[in-house]
Design a protein around this ligand. Structure first.
Ligand code: IPE
Ligand code: IPE
Ligand code: MG
Length: 257
């Protein structure tokens, strides 16, 4: 363990951990370009960051980790890059299957997984069913995911339910709507990390991130490892989440509970 890591772990408040961490894993292409490598090499190095960060979150006691692996808009990339990304994903899922299963991690997906090539769907189904009973941490992978697409699909689903008489329009409130989203019963993310020096959401978890703490870093995803994760969580722990209230109200609530 590095000096930085042990110091960060000492500073970390175990009672104030984010329950749900979401990550926009960006910067693989630039990482590769900086080294005069093919973009695919950046994605390969990024897969190693995924392995490290999943393990670190599990060890820290994070309960939900949502990873933006492939956006709905990413289909517009050159066909050979899309193909490489799909191959890397299949490779990762088979290689990490046992480690993920044996560490109590439950894998799920959000997004248009029905758009994915059959070989990817097969690898996903294997890991989803093989880890369905795990309870220690949820690893939620966003694939062919777009926040607006998710909201539109949800609306369509709810409309169908109403038209077929299973729900009444008056029953639709924020809670019900959220339950119909791909994230279902999962709590909203507490902390959203974006690597790769871009300051945007890129259509990620639009509904769910209404009150999420945002953390942006210049670090490119292949360079994001345990140290960087700890820095993000420490930064999160220094913030006051007011949810529209005042500081004074929050301290009152804290003394009551
Ligand atoms: C993120 O890295 C990976 C995916 C979007 C699949 P990028 O490939 O977007 O890397 P940059 O932004 O071009 O550096
Ligand atoms: C966001 O990264 C999507 C993923 C990390 C999977 P992009 O690289 O696709 O985002 P933009 O295009 O820069 O907004
Ligand atoms: Mg990018």
């Amino acid at each position: 363990m590095s000096e930085f890591e042990s110091q960060a772990l000492e500073k970390l408040n175990p009672h104030k951990l984010p329950w749900h961490v979401a990550i926009i894993m960006d910067g693989n292409g630039r990482w590769a370009m900086q080294r005069s490598l093919d973009r695919v090499e950046g994605h390969k190095a990024g897969a190693e960051s995924v392995r490290v960060v999943v393990k670190a979150c599990r060890e820290l006691g994070i309960k939900i980790l949502t990873l933006y692996a492939f956006s709905y808009e990413n289909w517009q990339r050159p066909a050979n890059e899309v193909r490489s990304l799909m191959n890397l994903l299949v490779h990762y899922l088979y290689r990490e299957f046992r480690a993920i299963r044996d560490n109590g991690i439950n894998v799920r997906t959000i997004g248009r997984s029905f758009d994915l090539p059959v070989r990817v769907q097969k690898a996903l189904n294997r890991i989803i069913t093989g880890t369905a009973h795990n309870k220690a941490m949820i690893m939620n992978v966003a694939l062919s995911y777009g926040g607006r697409d998710e909201i539109v699909r949800t609306t369509r689903h709810l409309l169908k339910e109403a038209m077929e008489g299973r729900i009444k329009p008056e029953q639709i409130d924020e809670k019900l709507f959220a339950r119909y989203l791909d994230t279902g019963d999962l709590e909203d993310p507490d902390l959203l990390i974006r690597t790769g020096a871009e300051f945007r959401i890129s259509n990620f978890l639009l509904w769910q991130s209404a009150y999420t703490e945002l953390y942006f870093t210049d670090v490119l995803w292949p360079d994001f490892r345990k140290e960087q994760l700890l820095s993000a969580i420490l930064d999160y722990q220094r913030r006051e989440r007011r949810f529209g209230m005042t500081s004074e109200q929050l301290s009152k609530i804290a003394t009551i509970s």
